[in-house]
Design a protein around this ligand. Structure first.
Ligand code: IPE
Ligand code: IPE
Ligand code: MG
Length: 258
């Protein structure tokens, strides 16, 4: 852990609690562009610059896993032109940004229904993941063609197949087993959820995995997301008491698992 990093102890003599896993809905690109009388796509491009900044700052703050919602399973409903420009941008970003990520020791992972993308894009995704697979720094998870309901459904289907094959009894299925089949099961659970752009909803992002996540909403539009916003969110997280069903007193007394 990099808790000892001076940035993590700023403004306080008490050591700040740093979330291990931060999950972000990057929203507000379109409105950012529209306010500038620019095409929505300009907002998406500016959004990539924000991603670069956020990855860098989160790494410096000692966050271990950063999950970014880039394209939801519902975003196919957008005008064809916007979807196709987003796919082009994804292709370009995978090529250009991945080199930088690799240099910075970042491990990239894509979650979502990758089969929904073109062959070319799928190949680039696999290549990018392979290139960074052995990196030991920040784990950057990009959710693309991802939906929380899809995730839970694919997990249920995997277990059902095992039941059908006679390898598993239906009664043996519990929450832990389900969790094991979901995306991100090998990583720490998200501790802090952030949504930019002012909407207060989950929009089919990580549904199961956010069960006990701390939520933080900001009106800042994604292309304007910067170090200051990150520090506000991290400071808010640090002040919270996570009880996981227990009483505050139990947590203060350091009850088992609290
Ligand atoms: C988020 O920004 C990016 C994607 C969903 C791809 P939006 O494009 O949703 O921006 P707004 O919400 O229209 O401002
Ligand atoms: C959520 O944003 C998806 C991503 C940021 C990728 P949307 O802009 O698609 O969400 P809704 O439609 O406003 O709920
Ligand atoms: Mg939006």
């Amino acid at each position: 852990m990099s808790d000892a990093h001076p940035d993590n102890q700023r403004n306080s003599t008490v050591k700040a609690k740093v979330p291990r896993h931060v999950a972000i809905i990057m929203d507000g690109n379109g409105r950012w562009a529209e306010r500038r009388h620019m095409p929505r796509f300009a907002g998406h491009k500016a959004g990539v610059d924000a991603v670069r900044r956020v990855v860098e700052v989160m790494g410096r703050r000692g966050v271990e896993v950063l999950t970014l919602f880039a394209f939801s399973s519902e975003n196919w409903r957008r005008p064809e032109k916007e979807v196709s420009l987003l796919m082009d941008l994804f292709m370009v970003a995978l090529e250009r940004e991945v080199k930088r990520l690799n240099k910075n020791n970042v491990r990239l992972r894509i979650i979502g229904n990758i089969e929904g993308f073109s062959e070319k894009l799928q190949k680039r995704i696999h290549k990018a993941q392979a290139l960074t697979a052995d990196n030991t720094g920040l784990v950057l998870v990009v959710a693309a063609n991802y939906g929380g309901r899809w995730d839970i459904t694919q997990a249920a289907r995997k277990l059902a197949l095992r039941v059908e094959a006679g390898e598993l009894r239906a009664e043996a299925i519990d929450a832990e087993m389900m969790a094991g089949e979901l995306c991100l099961s090998d990583l720490p659970e998200p501790d802090l959820f952030i949504r930019s752009g002012g909407e207060m909803r989950i929009s089919n992002f990580l549904l199961w995995q956010l069960a006990y996540c701390e939520m933080y909403f900001t009106d800042i539009l994604w292309p304007d997301f910067d170090e200051g916003v990150i520090d506000d969110a991290l400071a808010s997280f640090s002040r919270r008491q996570r009880r996981f069903g227990r009483t505050g007193q139990q947590v203060e007394e350091g009850a088992e698992g609290a």
